[in-house]
Structures are given as structure tokens and as C-alpha cells.
Design a protein around this ligand. Structure first.
Ligand code: ADP
Length: 478
């Protein structure tokens, strides 16, 4: 009972329980209304209708051969009293004793009153509910004008009337029995509803309670959890989504850890080199121009490496901050590529890289120019980093039927098929030993992917190990 009192009134379990019990109570109220309150009314009107119908049928049979037989049949079948009386209320049928019969419950005046106003036309019959003052029992009294006595073979000039009476009694007894039964049924149902719905609601809310417990674990920093399914489809879907989200989160956290480890290592190495070469210049080679220049060259290379690393990180935070805003404008992929290749020109000249750009057809597209240029830059930069010893990087722009394919092809070691899905992930860095050691953060392709998805451009990579990779994106201008 303690747990019942402690229950959170806003919890889904309590609400379920409340609704179940209210539902049960509503059903019981409807049952009570129908059985007790309206039963009396239904029963009465049904009975009156029945008597009216019988009365009307008998009246319509008046004067026909089987008139008396009809009356006898009804009286027996329905257990009702059927009489025919004349103007003086003398009983003509069932037995012609020619006596005035006033039922014991009425005086003559009251009794006569029932017959007043009856005629052959519109006011052919009337129905009354009368209370028997002695037995305190309600009865239905039907009186109807039959016709002239001559029709029954009685030559005296008299009017005949039909009188049907039947007690309404049984319904009160029925209601009494029903009432007693209903009280027991209602109490039992309520108690049952109270307990059953408590357990049902507890069961219904169980998966949600478990999920919230699991989610609390995540809040505490324990990502190694699993949202359980196996209850209802909606919960199963939610569990699946949450499990996928947790997996993603775990992966990102792992990768971020890797990144921090990598980046700190990558930052530390050039910094140590810069520092020690600086010290060397100060202490040893300061006056020796040849040595000093060699040492300075090393410092400059390491500073460049640092710049690449920091730039990547900056690009990412910039890209993430601007991802929502895309400003579309028409521009030429060829122009953009030429502009970017100019930035690599020094590399081409100094390190002997061989860039080739082949354009077939119109290369205008609609997109966010600076973001797409970042994609192109990253793709070319990766190709430069990972291409083979021939240092070839080919860029092809092909327009077929207004569908423009942009490809950056290198001749490097390619990508292991098992890694193809992962390379687009944030912080993911390949395991392959490439031709040259590459400083990187694992963010380049993630930035590319984010930008291309924002544009709804198809993208991908075809890579053959030992032969090279072909990174591409496709713009459908149709
Ligand atoms: P980074 O180059 O900084 O490592 P990226 O996100 O650009 O990060 O690339 C992720 C990984 O994908 C790389 O570590 C590399 O293993 C692989 N990769 C990317 N481009 C190429 C390419 N042109 N050839 C071979 N491998 C590539």
C-alpha cells in the first residue's frame, strides 16, 4: 500500500491507472442508469404500447365472426383481463351476467370518468396508469369504444366499450432484484478494476521506467548501456534509435579521445623540434650560415605542419558553426578548381606534384560557393597527401545531360574496403601506411560529407587497394 501512496501523480503509470478506473466507473454508471433508472420507464412504455396494440386490434375485429375468439386468445396468451361493457358498465363479455361491474378499486364516478369523451372517431381509445389503493400496485387500464350493441347481436340501443387491465407490478420486483445484484457486481468490479488496472498500468509503464533508468546511466557518464526492447513496437523503435544514438555517442567520444591524443602528439612533435632547432641556432649554428639555414628550414617545415593541423581544426569549427546557413549562387566549378590549384602551385613546383584538370562540358552549378570550394580543397589536399610516388593528382569535371560529375583521382595505396564506411566519420583516420607520413585530424572527409549532404549532392569514393582512389560528387542540374 505504501508504494500506492508514494506514487508520482504525473507518472504515466498513475495516469493509466486513473483512466482505467474512471473507465470502469463510467461503465458501471451507464449500467446503473440503464438497469435501474430507465428500466422502469422502458418497461412501462413497452407494456403500454403492447396493450394499446392489443386494444386497437380487438377494436378493429369488432363485428367480425372471430371477435370473441380474438379476445379469449389474447386474454390467455398475455395473461391480461379483457372485458366488454355497455353504457351502464354492465359486463357483456366474458359472461353475459348483465350485472354492473365496477372493479373493487374504483367508485362508480371515477370509473365512469375513464369512459368520458370516447367516440367512434378520433377518441377511439385511452390508456391510463392507475394505482390500486389497496394493493398499492400500478396497473394499466385501456378503454376503447367498440361500437353499437347491434353488432354483437344485441338489439338494444346501446354502446359497447372494451376494457383491458393488466398489473404493472413485476417490474418493481425485477428492479429490486437487479439492484441487489448490481450492488454486488459494482463493488466487485470496482475492486477488481482498482487492483487489475494497478498491475496493468505498472506493466505498461515498465519499459518506460527501464528506459529512463538506462538514460540516467548515460547521464552519469556510463555509455556502455543497452536500451531493452521486446515490449511494444513504439518502445522497440525508440530503443533501437536510442541504442543507435548511444553507439554514435560512444564512437564520437572514443574518436574525440583519439583525436586529442593524436593532436597533442602531433602538436608536441613539431613544437619540440621547433624548440630544439631554435636552441641549436642560438647556441651552435647562429654564426654558421649554411647550418643555420638548414635548421631554419626545419623550423619552417614544422611550423607549416602545425598550420595544417590548426587550419583543419579551425575549418571544422567554422563548418560546424555555418552548417545551417547555405547561400546558393551559380558559379563555375572549373574556375573554382583553377583558383584552388593555384594555391597548390608552390607544391607542384617545389615537390614535383603533377596536377591535371580535364573539363568536359559546362561546369556551372548552383551551390554555396565557399563551402563547395572547401570540399574541392579538402579533396585535392587528401589526394596530395595520399597519392603515390608518381605524385599525380587528376581532376575530371564531366557534364553528361546536365549531370555534372566532379572527380579527384590519385594513384596512392587506396583504401581498405573495410574502412570505406568509416573514413567519412568525424575524427576517423585510416590505418594504412601511406607513401608519406601525413599530418591530419580525420576531419577533412567529415567536413566534405557534411557540406555535400547539406546540398543534397550525391558523393562517394571508388578505391582499389594498390591502385588509387577516386573521390567524387555529382550535381544534377536538371
Ligand atoms: P585526414 O586526412 O586528416 O586523416 P580525412 O577525413 O581527410 O582525414 O580522411 C580520413 C581518412 O581517409 C584518412 O586518414 C585516410 O586514411 C583516408 N583517405 C582520405 N583520402 C584518401 C585518399 N585520397 N587516398 C587514400 N586514403 C584516403
Amino acid at each position: 500500500m505504501k508504494s500506492l501512496l508514494n506514487i508520482d501523480k504525473n507518472s504515466i503509470q498513475f495516469k493509466f491507472w486513473k483512466y482505467f478506473v474512471s473507465f470502469a466507473a463510467l461503465i458501471l454508471i451507464i449500467l446503473w442508469l440503464i438497469q435501474i433508472v430507465f428500466l422502469n420507464y422502458f418497461y412501462k412504455s413497452m407494456k403500454i404500447n403492447q396493450i394499446n396494440k392489443i386494444g386497437d386490434t380487438i377494436i378493429s375485429e369488432y363485428g367480425k365472426d372471430n371477435f370473441q375468439e380474438t379476445m379469449i386468445n389474447y386474454a390467455f396468451q398475455k395473461g391480461i383481463s379483457i372485458q366488454v361493457v355497455n353504457n351502464d358498465r354492465k359486463l357483456i363479455f366474458p359472461i353475459n351476467i348483465a350485472a354492473t361491474v365496477i372493479p373493487s378499486k374504483f367508485n362508480a364516478e371515477d370509473y365512469n370518468e375513464f369512459f368520458s369523451g370516447l367516440d367512434e372517431k378520433e377518441n377511439r381509445s385511452k390508456t391510463y396508469i392507475i394505482k390500486d389503493p389497496i394493493q398499492e400496485e400500478n396497473s394499466i387500464l385501456f378503454v376503447g369504444y367498440l361500437g353499437k350493441s347491434i353488432s354483437l347481436g344485441n338489439p338494444e340501443n346501446n354502446d359497447y366499450f372494451l376494457v383491458i387491465t393488466t398489473p404493472l407490478g413485476p417490474v418493481d420486483t425485477t428492479i429490486e432484484i437487479l439492484k441487489n445484484q448490481l450492488i454486488i457486481v459494482s463493488l466487485l468490479s470496482l475492486v477488481l478494476a482498482l487492483f487489475l488496472s494497478y498491475f496493468i498500468s505498472k506493466r505498461l509503464a515498465k519499459p518506460l521506467r527501464e528506459m529512463s533508468k538506462t538514460a540516467q546511466e548515460i547521464e552519469k557518464g556510463n555509455y556502455n548501456v543497452e536500451f531493452k526492447d521486446g515490449y511494444y513496437s513504439e518502445i522497440n523503435n525508440l530503443a533501437k534509435t536510442l541504442n543507435a544514438a548511444t553507439d554514435e555517442l560512444t564512437k564520437t567520444i572514443e574518436m574525440r579521445k583519439d583525436l586529442i591524443a593524436n593532436v597533442s602528439h602531433d602538436l608536441k612533435t613539431p613544437l619540440t623540434v621547433i624548440k630544439s632547432y631554435g636552441e641549436m641556432i642560438r647556441d651552435i649554428s647562429g654564426n654558421n650560415e649554411v647550418q643555420r639555414n638548414k635548421h631554419l628550414e626545419t623550423i619552417i617545415t614544422e611550423a607549416d605542419n602545425l598550420t595544417i593541423l590548426v587550419n583543419d581544426l579551425l575549418d571544422l569549427s567554422k563548418a560546424e558553426a555555418n552548417l545551417e546557413q547555405v547561400e546558393f549562387s551559380p558559379f563555375d566549378l572549373k574556375d573554382s578548381t583553377e583558383k584552388i590549384l593555384n594555391r597548390f602551385k608552390l607544391k607542384a613546383d617545389v615537390d614535383g606534384y603533377d596536377f591535371s584538370l580535364k573539363v568536359h562540358g559546362d561546369s556551372y552549378i548552383l551551390g554555396d560557393k565557399s563551402k563547395i570550394e572547401q570540399v574541392i580543397y579538402n579533396l585535392i589536399s587528401n589526394a596530395v597527401n595520399y597519392t603515390g610516388d608518381d605524385k599525380k593528382v587528376n581532376i575530371n569535371i564531366t557534364n553528361i545531360n546536365n549531370i555534372i560529375k566532379y572527380e579527384v583521382v590519385d594513384t596512392g595505396k587506396g583504401i581498405n574496403p573495410s574502412e570505406l564506411d568509416q573514413i567519412w566519420n568525424r575524427y576517423y583516420r585510416g590505418k594504412n601506411n601511406h607513401a608519406r607520413p601525413v599530418i591530419g585530424t580525420g576531419l577533412g572527409l567529415y567536413i566534405i560529407k557534411s557540406i555535400l549532404e547539406m546540398h543534397n549532392f550525391e558523393y562517394g569514393v571508388k578505391s582499389v587497394e594498390g591502385k588509387g582512389s577516386n573521390f567524387y560528387f555529382i550535381v544534377d542540374n536538371n
